[in-house]
Design a protein around this ligand. Sequence first.
Ligand code: AVJ
Length: 346
Amino acid sequence: MTVFKPASSNPSFQNSIEDRLQIKRLLEPTLIISTNAGSDVVKGLTQRPKTLPPRYFYDDRGSELFEQICELPEYYLTRTETKILQSYASEIAAITGACEIVELGSGSSTKTRILLDAYQKQGLPLHYLPIDVSAGMLESSALSLLADYPSLQVYALAGTYELALAEIEPKQLPNRMICFIGSTLGNLNPQECDVFLSQVKAALQVGEYFLLGVDLQKPKHILEAAYNDNQGVTAAFNLNMLEHLNWRYEGNFDTSQFAHWAFYNELEHQIEMHLKSKRSQTVELRTLKLNVHFEPGETIHTEISRKFDLNRIQQELKTKGLVPQKVWTDENQMFGLLLCQLQDKG
Ligand code: AVJ
């Protein structure tokens, strides 16, 4: 269901914010009940060890908590990637030229502003297609961007990457760049990563671009501090997933009976986040007709956050026809930004 007003037919007239905004919801609550959505939760909570998909972090509250994480002194990722973007955004705009900026997991779109500024400076048209599972976040960030960029057009999609990548509107500009920044790729295990990159490839035409931000491998103490902050914001973010399930599936998780647990798995080069049951307890999710029993100390695995090797990820992208054109990093090689071009569809 799309609700928007047709753009003004008089081009000399400055279009209002509503005229420049489209939001399409691929995740309506009714749709969720009528399809088999939630089956991922049932599957995750009935296996051993228990798991939940990380996208359940991002209800409106979770998206806000993530914004707070980005500001934490221990969480170097956002700050570092922002610096890299500030240094190279004009180069990115020069390479891609006029292009639609599709952003997966756009959140608050704060870093996107750096790109928009660069395109605007070069006199390029601004078409932005943010995709996020949090519709509230999408709407508020789109409105704030539209107020600040008078020529910006926003076509927002509320939904999962998979749904959204298959639903992107026909292109109105010569080129397209799919942006996946913030190291969200790290949430996918190697197999899911492979599937995802194939979906990106399928959504692009030869000659189009993929901008990828990845967190790089580094000493354990730095990584573990970033996921166990002193103020407990990451713990609140992890626990909020249970509140989200309570809301979405009429659950009765008591978050005071679970604890945040995050560590770096050096063998797999990944941060793992879990929620640990403080006691024996049974939780009900009414909508899903599911009762879940927890032993004391039993865990739910909520997230992996993989840390990448710049050479390896470049190789992997190449096997998908996504050939890195430019690879940038910060002075301490904490974070990497790669601009790839799709060179073959084969
Ligand atoms: C948004 C997936 C990149 O893995 O660092 C932050 C999410 N989890 N703190 C990350 C997250 C815990 C974040 N990503």
